[in-house]
Design a protein around this ligand. Structure first.
Ligand code: URA
Length: 233
């Protein structure tokens, strides 16, 4: 059993204050009876909850973008380390969100979360080849040979062959790297194989999504349009 107002919030009916208004106006019914008391306990499996005649389903499909700071591991729980889940605002904690793919503890930047299993699968499947762009500060200076090696598909030091990728040198010790896969420590290992060890790494883009002005450590919900765009990649 859970509170009706919380259930409505999870269904995407509005902010807490909007939901108070909606309840007051008598637009919500539980099993056909208008209910104005948000503290009423309901069981979504047993009760039929309508808002303006429309069925409310509870957990809404949510996709969040985080600008991950360094120092947090990408995991739903960890016995020792701080996890990215700790950075989610309270209102998103019960939505069963999972990180999409993984950024290393030291890596910063764009990290998506969703409770939509199909979308999660779509975004992390190497077959879909969703491009991701990273900004890297590294030792040494990347040159033409490195660009060509990325284009051909880097052979990692452990013998793994990577898919073709795009290396764009920005100047001494700075490059952009575009990859379509998510192997363990992929960008760091690709750069290391060219003797360009990474000092700092930030993911700036994933598919059509960019970090934009989202401050470090902050989270925002993707709009319906953005969700449509990444689902259709
Ligand atoms: N590649 C890496 O090496 N680390 C990340 O966190 C992401 C991509």
């Amino acid at each position: 059993m859970e509170r009706l107002d919380k259930f409505l919030a999870d269904s995407g009916a509005g902010s807490r204050s909007q939901i108070r208004q909606i309840l007051k106006s008598g637009k919500v019914s539980v099993d056909g009876r208008p209910i104005r008391d948000g503290s009423m306990k309901i069981d979504p499996m047993l009760h039929r909850i309508l808002l303006d005649g429309k069925a409310m389903l509870g957990r809404r499909r949510t996709v969040l973008m985080m600008n991950k700071p360094a120092g947090y591991v990408t995991a739903t729980e960890d016995p020792v380390e701080k996890t990215v889940m700790e950075l989610l605002p309270e209102e998103y904690r019960h939505l069963d969100l999972k990180p999409v793919g993984r950024l290393d503890k030291a890596t910063e930047g764009l990290l998506l979360f969703t409770n939509d299993g199909d979308l999660l699968h779509h975004l992390i499947s190497p077959k879909k080849e969703v491009p991701k762009i990273y900004y890297a500060r590294h030792e040494g200076t990347a040159g033409r040979e490195d660009v060509l090696a990325f284009e051909a598909g880097i052979l990692l030091r452990d013998g793994t062959r990577c898919l073709p990728a795009v290396l764009t040198p920005l100047g001494p010790g700075e490059s952009l790297v575009q990859v379509c896969e998510g192997k363990y420590h992929q960008v760091r290992r690709m750069m290391a194989s060219r003797d360009l060890p990474v000092i700092y790494l930030e993911r700036r883009k994933e598919g059509c999504l960019s970090l934009g002005e989202l401050p470090r450590g902050a989270v925002r919900e993707l709009s319906g349009e953005e969700i449509g765009a990444i689902s259709g990649l």
